[in-house]
Design a protein around this ligand. Structure first.
Ligand SMILES: [Zn+2]
Length: 102
């Protein structure tokens, strides 16, 4: 954490810069990606690839997608990813039905 005014390195718990006396601006508080709670941690690139591979497995992948979407999944990013996949799946099924069962 650095002072916005003079750039002095500050201790984590200090509320005022000891060099220039400026108060720490709480609205500009920056949270490091790694210090985010488990619930909001982003999915890594490899993570997305792994989830896509799992999703590509017929039946098992689809069951897992439903578990990630509506089960106990903690991470909001994984949950939203899974729900977007269900949406895509529904659109594909509808398109398939329209095209082949007209
Ligand atoms: Zn300062």
């Amino acid at each position: 954490m650095y002072c916005e005014n003079c750039g002095t390195k500050l201790k984590k718990d200090s509320k005022i810069c000891y060099n220039c006396g400026k108060e720490k601006n709480k609205t500009n508080y920056y949270i490091d990606e790694k210090s985010l709670p488990e619930k909001y941690k982003p999915i890594s690139i490899l993570g997305y690839i792994a989830y896509d591979i799992v999703f590509a497995i017929p039946i098992i992948g689809w069951i897992l997608i439903f578990i990630f979407s509506f089960g106990k999944e903690e991470n909001v990013n994984v949950r939203n990813w899974a729900r977007s996949r269900i949406f895509s799946l529904i659109v594909l099924i509808i398109l398939y039905l329209i095209i082949f069962y007209k």
